[in-house]
Design a protein around this ligand. Structure first.
Ligand SMILES: Cc1cc2nc3c(=O)[nH]c(=O)nc-3n(C[C@H](O)[C@H](O)[C@H](O)COP(=O)(O)O)c2cc1C
Length: 370
């Protein structure tokens, strides 16, 4: 892929980004996505700056990476400028390509310490924090925010402008307010207002992008320089490659086959086991595998059994049994019969209000707070 955009001095070969998803955007997931193509700068889950400075094992595990996982951004949260700066300097010394600051997290424990969404109401303090980081670092600093606290306080345009003044290289905007949580519709007008507010830095749109068409529409309707994808990558790890292709050629790639989905899922589990060990890797994969299964067609047997996953051998056995169980849903050529096909994904901002299309699910776990 040729260079298509820049974050400060960092040249990127894709304007498609992976959004931070706490509990999911770990090394195995990132490598799985990268191998499928279309993605360049990926990010970690959010990491507490102080924990990183204290070299807590959990924080160090979150920033675990390898040469194939480049370029990598780490998302930091925290409100003490010196801690944020020193944590970022440590990341720079470890070869991390960019540092992202969490400014949109509605989790109470983050807001309580003055990080996350609370930052948006305190423009000056936030801009100062960012400037201290930017002045100390060679790598780009970016910020991720929501549109504001609620409909009455859409502070993102002002915040983005202030942060640009403080030297951020880009802003990522989830087109919802904190009050909205994950409900309602992503506001393209809200993202567009942020694009208009800044003088020159790239604004990356985010929220509900689950198809290449949604990415293309978000870019066209808002003027954003790129799109960041979170849950859409769970449903469809191929989304970056497919979207990159659509943006470049205007044509859609064919959907991956069932066998390709299974191949990638197995590879993902193998990497989970490499990075987290067999027991923990399998346990963590229990909540990942059902996302793959959402595109398998009928999958109740798979979903019932995967919740007890505890070894690689057990997964192989499960797959054998699932293939047998799935056979009645296939035609003579081994393809899923059309009436069992999962319904197409539709982004909130592309939905026909009259159609009963389900909203994109929010995973449970630590996650229910996002
Ligand atoms: C499971 C989960 C974990 C998340 N963790 C983070 C996080 O660590 N930092 C952050 O800034 N946003 C986090 N978010 C928000 C996403 O990065 C993203 O802004 C949001 O999900 C909207 O994009 P999407 O519709 O493409 O998923 C999380 C969202 C989910 C669903």
């Amino acid at each position: 892929m040729p260079d298509v955009m820049r974050l400060g001095a960092l040249q990127l070969r894709s304007n498609l980004f992976l959004s931070p998803l706490a509990g999911y955007t770990n090394l195995p997931f990132r490598l799985t996505l990268r191998e499928l193509g279309g993605l360049d700068l990926a990010t970690t889950d959010l990491v507490n700056a102080r924990s990183l400075l204290e070299r807590r094992p959990k924080a160090l595990k979150l920033i675990e990476t390898c040469p194939a996982d480049q370029p990598l951004a780490v998302q930091l949260f925290g409100a003490v400028p010196e801690e944020m700066r020193d944590a970022a300097l440590y990341l720079e010394s470890r070869g991390i390509a960019a540092v992202d600051i969490n400014m949109g997290c509605p989790v109470r424990k983050v807001c309580r310490v003055g990080g996350g969404s609370a930052m948006m109401s305190e423009l000056e303090r936030t801009a100062r924090l960012v400037k201290i980081m930017v002045d100390a670092l060679k790598i780009p600093v970016t910020a991720k925010m929501r549109l504001g606290w609620d409909d009455q306080q859409l502070s993102a345009p002002d915040l983005a402008r202030a942060l640009e003044g403080a030297g951020v290289a880009a802003v990522f905007v989830h087109g919802r307010t904190r009050e909205q949580g994950f409900g309602g519709t992503v506001s393209l007008a809200g993202i567009r207002a942020v694009v208009r507010a800044v003088a020159g830095i790239p604004v990356i749109g985010n929220g509900d992008v689950t198809t290449p068409a949604a990415a293309q529409h978000m870019i066209e309707a808002t003027g954003c320089a790129g799109v960041s994808i979170g849950r859409g990558a769970f449903y469809n790890p191929w989304i970056f490659r497919q979207t990159e292709h659509v943006l470049r050629t205007g044509e859609e790639l064919p959907e991956p086959t069932f066998e390709e989905r299974v191949r990638v899922m197995v590879r993902h589990l193998d990497r989970m086991i490499e990075v987290f060990g067999e027991e923990l890797g399998c346990r963590m994969f229990r909540k990942v595998a059902p996302w793959y299964a959402r595109r398998f067609g009928p999958a109740s047997l798979f979903n019932q059994r995967v919740v007890a996953l505890s070894s690689r051998a057990q997964f192989q056995e499960l797959l054998r049994d699932y293939r047998d169980w799935r056979r009645p849903f296939l035609d003579e050529d081994g393809r899923l019969r059309a009436r069992y096909a999962p319904s197409p994904m539709v982004a909130s901002f592309m939905r026909d209000e009259t159609a009963a299309t389900p909203a994109i699910a929010v995973p449970k776990g630590p996650v229910e707070w996002w």
